[in-house]
Design a binder for this molecule. Structure first.
Ligand code: ADP
Length: 267
């Protein structure tokens, strides 16, 4: 899965990354789905260990163009994990109180504590994406945020947070098909907002903004992964694999009791 990782300082050109591809996986859709079920169980066990050990903190950042599949990842990759140890934080249009503070204020409050996995459904990256594309602050203000974000994430990492950032990469054709499906299927219609089409018109500006994010904020302590996401099954599989690899590397252990269980008799 190393291929999907954006090496620090490397220039990313999204047009050159095939959103239909399935790198490092030879199986087909059916096999991929079966593999995901096995990985779900592995992830569940690792999350249990993370919770029990109460040492590490894990932050998963999900970003994508509209219809990119953030909700699908949350549903399918984290299926089965114990809700006690996993939390989703969604970042919407900031409230008046949030706007009165610095842009990291609402974000910092949501970072994971020991033993916890927190999934950011959108994140502080909106403050260099939608905010930039819609000119909600000046270039002077947003352009210095890349460095601020790197320093913020570095501080979190130094304080024991393992950070994984996923950009779900779909192409414009795929977005068209997904928007159309929302219009066509009654049970998907609730997801369609006419405003999504205005955002779609800004596809190129968002692409530019995302490339800057990937180029400037993929760091050794908080790497970005670009996940080809036209194929939903591959997207889920790739993220599950990266999550498992990362959690295994933490070399976690169940806490040792400070008593000998053999000496205890329950009457
Ligand atoms: P989602 O698309 O994630 O499922 P919504 O449809 O509620 O959820 O969209 C959330 C909206 O909030 C998005 O349009 C996003 O651009 C916007 N948003 C998030 N963070 C900010 C921010 N810091 N400034 C302005 N808009 C933001």
């Amino acid at each position: 899965m190393k291929k999907l990782r954006v090496e620090s300082g490397k220039k990313v050109n999204l047009a050159k990354i095939d959103a239909n591809a399935s790198p490092d996986y030879d199986g087909d859709k059916k096999e991929g789905k079966e593999e995901l079920l096995r990985l779900n169980e592995k992830l569940e066990a690792l999350q249990e260990l993370l919770y029990a050990e109460h040492k590490h903190k894990v932050l998963v950042v999900l970003q994508a163009m509209d219809t990119g599949g953030k909700d699908g990842v949350i549903r399918h990759v984290f299926e089965g994990v114990n809700p006690q140890g996993v939390r989703v934080a969604s970042f919407k249009v900031p409230t008046a109180e949030e706007l009165d503070h610095d842009y990291l204020w609402r974000v910092h409050k949501q970072v994971p504590g020991k033993g916890e996995i927190v999934i950011f459904n959108r994140s502080h990256y909106e403050d260099v994406l939608v905010v930039r594309v819609h000119k909600l602050v000046s270039q002077k203000v947003w352009s210095r945020r890349f460095e601020q974000i790197n320093r913020f994430e570095r501080m979190l990492a130094e304080e024991g947070v393992t950070i994984l950032k996923f950009f779900l990469h779909i192409d414009k054709e795929e977005q068209k098909a997904r928007l159309q499906a929302r219009l066509d299927e009654p049970e998907k219609l609730w997801k369609f907002k006419p405003g999504d089409l205005k955002e779609r018109d800004l596809w190129d500006q968002y692409t530019q903004a995302y490339e800057d994010v990937l180029n400037k904020t993929s760091t050794p302590w908080a790497p970005w992964y670009v996940i080809p996401a036209n194929k939903k099954w591959y997207r889920n599989l790739a993220i599950a694999r990266i999550m498992i690899e990362t959690l295994e590397n933490l070399k976690m252990e169940f806490p040792r009791p400070d008593f000998d269980p053999k000496t205890i008799e329950i009457v």
